[in-house]
Structures are given as C-alpha cells and as structure tokens.
Design a protein around this ligand. Sequence first.
Ligand SMILES: Cc1ncc(COP(=O)(O)O)c(C=O)c1O
Length: 358
Amino acid sequence: MNDTPTTDAQRRHDPSVRGFASDNYAGVHPEILAAFALANDGHQVAYGEDDYTAHLQEVFRRHFGERAEAFPVFNGTGANVVSLQALLPRWGAVIAAESAHINVDECGAPEKIAGIKLLTVPTPDGKLTPELIDRQAWGWGDEHRAQPLAVSITQSTELGTCYTAEEIRAICDHAHERGMLVHVDGSRLANAAATLGLPLRAFTTDAGVDILSFGGTKNGLLLGEAVVVLNPDAVRNILFLRKMSMQLASKMRFISVQFEALLSGDLWLRNAGHANAMAKRLEAAVRDIEGVEVVRPVQANAVFALLPREVSERLQKRYRFYFWNEHTGEVRWMAAFDTTEADIDAFASAIAEEMGKR
Ligand SMILES: Cc1ncc(COP(=O)(O)O)c(C=O)c1O
C-alpha cells in the first residue's frame, strides 16, 4: 500500500458547522480513527475470528465482570432485536416504556423481525418502575396473551433522564421475582455512567441486568454497538440470532478495534462526560431567557425545552434540531462529544436573539 494515500473523494461539507439535532450528527473521534489505521493492512480472519474481537472480550469483562461476553453488531436497533430474541421464546412479550426506542423509533423491528410483542406503559419521565411494570405484568399461563417474560429499560432514557443504580436494582429484583428477564438499551449507557459517577457494572451487572445493548456510535465510533450478555444463564443462541438478524459483520475487526479504543482507557467517559457537560451548559445558558422553559431534568446529553413555535422555526433555519413533540412544540437539543463551549454559547445567543424578535 502507498505510504501517502490519496483519494478522489472531495470534502463536501463544512466541518465547522455543528447542530443540536442528535449525537449521531457528530463525526468519528480522532482516537477512534487512529484505531482503524492500526487494524488496517494485512489479513485477519473474517466474521469475528480476528485478534481484535478476541481481545475485546477481556476489555468488556473489565467493565462488566467476569461472566460478560460481548457480541459486536452494526447498530442499536440490531443490538436490541438480537438481545430481545435471545431472552424470549416465540410467545414472549417485553414490557417497555411507551417512549422506548424499541417502541417508537425502530420501525416495528422488534415486532416484525423478532416477532416479539411489546407491552408498553406511559411514564412521566421515560423511566419504568416496579409499579408501572405491574400494569402489564400479568396473564402468565393464559394462552391468549403474549407472555410478559422480559422488561426493557433505556439508560440514559430517550427523555434525557437517568435511572439510579438502586432504581435498576429494584426493577431487576421485581422482574426476576416474577420470572421476567431484564434488558437495558444502553445506547447512551456511557452518558449515564458519567452522570451517576459510577462504573458501568454498578448499574448493570451488579444491579441484576441480564443483557445489554451497549452503545458506541453516539459516543464517538464510526459505527458499532455490542450485545453484552451479563447473565449467560438467561440467553440462548446469540451467534445464530446475530447472523439471522443481519448483524454479523464480516470485517468485524473494525468494529472491535473501535470498542477497544473507546473502552481500554477513559475515552468512553471523557466523550460522554463532555457531551453531558455541554448539555448542562446549554441548560444554564437558556435558564434566564424569558419564555424558554427547560421541561425535563437534564441528566445526560439532551435538553428538552418549550418555547414559542415560531421562534423554534426561525432558529431551525440557523441550527439543526428537531421538534420532539409536534403537538406541544417541545424541542430536543442534543450535545455530542465534539460540541464545543463556543457552539453552546453561540446557540444560546441565537435563542436569546430570536426570542427578542417576538
Ligand atoms: C435509546 C436508543 N436506542 C437505540 C438507538 C440505536 O438506533 P440505531 O439503530 O439508529 O443505531 C438509538 C438511536 O437513536 C437510541 O436513541
């Protein structure tokens, strides 16, 4: 290979432009890009039999305990679909918050691809509790009802909130006492760890979670998530399910080496902690702008706010972000690992300026 690679591709975007629509809008962290180069060149066995994937098991075990086993996949929807299938029989159902990604944002993949019934519960803050779970935890043995055999929670939640370790422990105990297993959609698990100030295992493995979808893409990876089995007694046939679910990467070394770069040192925590801090900075900056109300606790990297719709629409011409609820006009602003203090300050100034034009 050439020492000085050239390319016929051209840069087609302005790299100084950053928005607040999603942490998925960010690029790849430079330390992750460097890891790609490390893994490149030469040949490695395909489909996960490579040296990077082998080493990854040690990396995940350091974070999640000796029984943990990681299965790299392409994306978060795939991680959820594989995880839930591994927990449930054909007649199984999973109890989840109404706002859960598996319910709202996966085009029905858990139902259509995995054939799993979702039993959802409205929540005030995106978080299930034992009491909320009980609204759907009934009917075992009744052949007419899909059997509630698992609970899925998201940490941090789709509404930017975090469960405490004790809350997750209470959910796991409650579920297990009723014969249900527990899945965590940890697409933003690192953000929760940064907020809680706890090691990853403290609110997963040690709290009794059985299986986890661990996020990488939103925290600086190019792509890649991992199904992490925390309780091997609870799952079945992950290898087959991953392939059947179209989540088996042939060049898996490139997903695995990214996770090695993310998790071997503190990059995972630095990135997530930074994104969280930028969300807090935004919350603080808009708090004093009259007419702007932050409507949910800021416990991860998202800020949810209410402001006049026409102001949001004008702002959207300057910065990318989404309406979270078209009906109420609530908007979601997200920070990423590469959001800068200057980005936040400029955005807050733009909000103040547009509010002033009313
Ligand atoms: C809570 C949650 N789970 C899972 C995902 C992963 O989705 P994807 O399939 O887009 O990687 C996302 C992405 O937005 C998410 O917010």
